[in-house]
Write a protein that binds this ligand. Structure first.
Ligand code: FAD
Length: 309
């Protein structure tokens, strides 16, 4: 993390932002530019930290994730209204105009508003060797990393409705594509659509990832065969990175890959004075989306401080 400043214990801040990455820093930047006292708390575990480079974000294409985050923090801390604390938030309580935010270090911050921007965690399936290649040669998003991997033989691990459409889309980057289902049967129509598109289908159970460091070399199947692929795409389930929205009683919804916080178009949660942004409330993931939502949360939060709830 680039710089860390004091958090302002005791004093009531206009807003505390929980999570200091794309969504949280953007929200805080707009609050600070609105001349509001804002403190961001972040424990430094962004979702994309496993990747060597981040892609598709204007002005930052190809930079390491930590460098992009540090640039955002450095922009934010140029404003005297903004503070940053490197810590983990473990508890939140209270209501609009008097929220209390307890940190792992046992410090307590107070705030009139909260912005939840703590993102999600990918729940990787329990496949030997997978964690070591996650973000390096195993990915969730072809727009993020498909260009760099284009042309290499790849597998798509997906066995849900819509697999044929997903696979055909991926063919833009991967001419030699195999769909693997890890033992799950596919409906006849999906299997036929894959066949018609020239996409191989492998329904055997997966046993392990074969890799050389973080470079995927192949997938070992439970029946002893081996699939020679160099890239693995998958759609893992996600869960919020922590339970703070639940602690506050925010209404949740079921997103495409797991539970998300329900928000209005203005990024308001169901709890007055609490806003949420980024992966936490959005089933379509990506840094630019998180950043844009952070701007909306920051401006909506600012508006609520001016106009009331
Ligand atoms: C492997 C991989 C590679 C990716 N590559 C790209 C890419 O190239 N381009 C792209 O656009 N998108 C990419 N993404 C998606 C991108 O990472 C997310 O869309 C983006 O990070 C979401 O931003 P966010 O601010 O919502 O959450 P995050 O970036 O995940 O940030 C959440 C922050 O909250 C903090 N936090 C969590 N809980 C607490 C707590 N209790 N207290 C304090 N802090 C807390 C975390 O430490 C973290 O810093 C990738 C994702 C993965 C998994």
């Amino acid at each position: 993390m680039a710089q860390v400043t004091g958090g302002g214990d005791g004093e009531i801040r206009d807003a505390v932002v929980i999570g200091g990455s794309f969504a949280g820093i953007s929200a805080a930047l707009y609050l600070a530019r609105g001349r509001r006292q804002v403190t961001v708390v972040d424990e430094g575990l962004t979702r994309n930290r496993f990747a060597a480079q981040g892609h598709g974000l204007l002005g930052h294409d190809g930079r390491p994730p930590a460098e992009i985050q540090a640039a955002g923090i450095s922009d934010l801390l140029a404003y005297p209204e903004a503070r940053m604390v490197q810590d983990r938030v473990v508890a939140v309580a209270g209501q609009a105009d008097d929220f209390r935010v307890t940190l792992a270090s046992e410090r307590v911050l107070r705030a009139r508003r909260l912005v939840l921007a703590y993102g999600t965690r990918d729940i990787l399936p329990d496949l030997a060797g997978l964690a070591a290649i996650w973000g390096r040669t195993a990915f969730q998003c072809p727009y993020c990393h498909g260009y760099e991997m284009a042309g290499r033989p790849a597998a798509l691990w997906f066995a849900a409705p819509g697999v044929a459409e997903h696979a055909r889309f991926l063919q833009q980057w991967v001419p030699d594509l195999t769909v693997v289902t890890d033992g799950a049967p596919l409906p006849e129509a999906d299997a036929a659509a894959l066949h018609a598109a020239g996409i191989a289908l492998e329904t055997a159970r997966l046993a392990a990832v074969e890799s050389d460091g973080d470079a995927l070399r192949g997938l070992r199947l439970a029946d002893g065969r081996r699939l020679a692929v160099e890239v693995l795409y998958m759609v893992p389930r996600n869960e919020p990175a922590c339970d703070l929205a639940a602690q506050l009683g925010c209404r949740m919804a079921e997103g495409r890959q797991g539970p998300i916080v329900e928000t209005s178009q203005m990024q308001e949660t169901s709890v007055p004075g609490v806003f949420a942004a980024g992966d936490l409330d959005r089933p379509v993931f990506g840094a630019a989306f998180a950043l844009a939502e952070g701007v909306m949360a920051g401006t909506a939060c600012h508006r609520s401080l001016v106009m009331g709830l």
